[in-house]
Structure formats: C-alpha cells, structure tokens
Design a binder for this molecule. Sequence first.
Ligand SMILES: *Cc1c(COP(=O)(O)O)cnc(C)c1O
Length: 472
Amino acid sequence: MSRSAHPAGPRHADVLPEGHYTAPPADLNSLDPRVWAQTVERTPEGAVAVGGLDVRRLAEEFGTPAYVMDETDFRARCRAWRDAFGSDADVYYAGKAFLSRAVVRWLHEEGLNLDVCSGGELATALDAGMPAERIALHGNNKSDEEIERAVEAGVGRIVLDSFQEIARVAHTAARLGRRQPVQIRVTVGVEAHTHEFIATAHEDQKFGLALAGGGSSSEAGEGPAAEAVRRVLMLDSLELTGIHSHIGSQIFDMAGFEVSARRVVGLLTRIRDEHGVELPEIDLGGGLGIAYTPEDDPREPHEIAKALGDIVTRECEAAGLAVPRLSVEPGRAIAGPTAFTLYEVGTLKELEGLRTYVSVDGGMSDNIRTALYDAEYSVSLVSRASAAEPMLSRVVGKHCESGDIVVRDAFLPADLAPGDLLAVPATGAYCRSMASNYNHALRPPVVAVRDGQARTIVRRETEEDLLRLDVG
Ligand SMILES: *Cc1c(COP(=O)(O)O)cnc(C)c1O
C-alpha cells in the first residue's frame, strides 16, 4: 500500500498519478518466490515455466485465459499444514476457496479434511470420494435438503449457525435415526483483516451466535451462544462436540486469534460449570493471509500451528480444562499461492502522463477480487524476458465496465505488445470459485501441472454450455 516515487528511468515518470505502487523492481524479469507457486521459474530462454512446462506451450494447448495450478505446490502446502498441526489437530481445507474433484482427491491423499458450505460443494466432495466423516458442513442458511443430504451421508460435523438450524438439524437427524455431531459457530467480538484486528463489542453480521449478551461485555456472557449450547445439549439427536469461531480473512496478525481463543475457552469453561460437560473440540476457523504482492509477509504453517496451539493450551490450563482437539480451516493459505492466471495481451492504450492500460482476454469474470475488495495483485510478462524500461500499467479486462480491473497498478516492460502472455500470480483461491459469466464470458479452465505433465481439471466453458441453460 505504500506509495513512493520510483527512480529515474520509467516512462510516465514526470507525473505520478494516484495509485498503490512502489518503485518498479530492479529487474522486471525476476519472479518473487513469495507470490509465485513453488515450481515456477524463468527458463534460460526467457519465458516462464511451471512444473517444467513452458507457459507458451500451455497457452497453445489450453488457450487463454486459463488458471494454471501447480499441483506439486498444492500438495506441499497440504502436507505443510498437516505436519505443522500434527496428530492432535485437524486441518479442514475450506472448499469455497477452490473446489474440484481433483482437489478433493489431493486433499484426501494428503490427509486433510474438507469444509463445504453448500449442496454443490458437498456433492463434489462426496463424488470425488472424500469420506463423509472428514467433511464439515457450514453455512448461515443451509436448506432442509442440504441438511438432509449431509446427515444422510454421515458428515463428521455440521456447524450450527442459528436457532432455527438447531431445530432443523435435530429434527432431520431424529427422523433419519442418527445422532449428528455438531459444533456451534459463535461470534467472539473480534474481526480480523490483514494487519489489524478490531474488537467489536457489537456483532453486526450474519454469521454465528454471539457470545456477548445485549450489553457491551464480549466475554462469554449470557448471549445467544450460551443459549444455543443449552438447547443443543437437550436434544438427543445432536452430539455437541465443540465450539467454532472464524474471525475474518487475509489475516497476518495472531492477536485476533488470541482474543478469539480466550473467549471460546471462556464459553467452554462456562459449559463445564453450568452443564458438567467438557466439550472435546475447538475450531478457530481460517483466514490466514497469503502474499498477493511481495509486500505481504505471511507466516508459515508451523509458526501458525505453534502460536494457535500455545494460545489454546495456555487458556485451557488457566481455566483448568483438558486441552480440546484443535481444528483450523485454511482455504486461501493452501489454494491461493498455487495458481496463476495466464492471459494474452490484446490492446494497449498509453494515456500520456498517466499510465498504459493493458487489456487482457479475461477480467472481472475470472477475478472479481480487485473490483470487489480492492485486492492488490502483481503481474509479470511470462512469454519472454524483456530488457525494456518499466512502464506504469493498469491491467484491465474485456468487460463492459470501467471497474473491470485485474491489477490496478503494476510496472510492465515498455515493449509490451499484443500477443504477449501475462500471468497474475496468487489466483488459486476465490478466483475460479467466484468466476461469473458476465458478458457471457466463458469461464476459464483450471489446468493442473505436475512433473512435466499438464491436464485440465476443470474444463473451459463453451458457448454450447451457455446456450444449454438458455431454454426460453
Ligand atoms: C471462508 C472461511 C474459511 C476460509 O477462509 P480463508 O480466508 O480462505 O482461509 C474458513 N472457515 C470458514 C467458516 C469460512 O467461512
């Protein structure tokens, strides 16, 4: 987010327009390992390769735009999380970040569990063979049908999000003759984003049941969460296994988790005192940040595991509770860094004294995060190396909308031309999963690359796919 003048040399250097950018990198051809997947490298020829495959070849075979996912990196991240948390904890990958059958199989093979939050995600998980007991169902407005399918399949956990849902899940489980393990999602009065967390006494959001009562206290008071616990414990068809808290997204600062864990343990203590039961599980959610640009400095899974483990242990020991089994739900931190979006440059417009608008063959339909959250990304020329001077650029899509921006401010080589390939790294999470058909765009494929082999795991949409839904 820093804004600074860059050294002499770049075009448009006289007037620096408004923007979030730092000085251009010393070498525009360098690939910062913080934002690129593990096997991405620039070859001696100058082009970029992933998993040993030249991106020009990938573009030829699979077309552009395309999401290119480094399977080696995805699996390595799964293992890093799994190993960091060890056998006393469970890692649930948050499927909403990006889900496909192949991804489900990778998760299964690497020993991760899976969070789903809709019937569609549940269907994908079950279809690809994830054992139901390793699936957790989330959502603030699960339909009766979704609940029924989850209970029937035997999912390991349903995370309850409202009073109505307690009754619905209990009823469905009773009807099916099951005792369904459930957690209760609470809101702890903390909201975390990036480098800060905000203590919010008041819970003005749709998820979860508040720990706090109507007053200003955020400690485990007489709030809806305690009432939900009381109700769930009275229902024979529900087995309350733990308390769940998810405080935000793209978090770098552990302080928010600290407050969250303390308050959740406060509720566990209260449950022990009031009901004589010690719940065996605590879930602290996901939201761990990744590097979208080289300025972001995320923590490694082992640091996160140690920090969270220490916090929970300390709070439980202080309360005289046995330490419950911890679970976490990283989505972005696993999928995000594993993919880049490969685009072809179409038109270029140099706005004198401002910047050059570089149009690519995708846009807000394949990456809505820039328009939606003001997200920052980086971008590189990947079909060749260039020794040209840096040019202040804005990478935009082809949609009929001026907010259709992929990368707001970036330096690209001044000799950039139509037909060049650009790649935007760290698009593995919340890009394909949030993609739309705006302007009847055809959603791009996801191509998985591993050890010199590339294969489509989600194919590109076709006009036939679009027209098939249009039955009027
Ligand atoms: C979105 C979400 C996650 C994953 O968030 P990331 O930022 O992708 O890690 C985990 N748990 C819950 C309940 C969520 O809603």
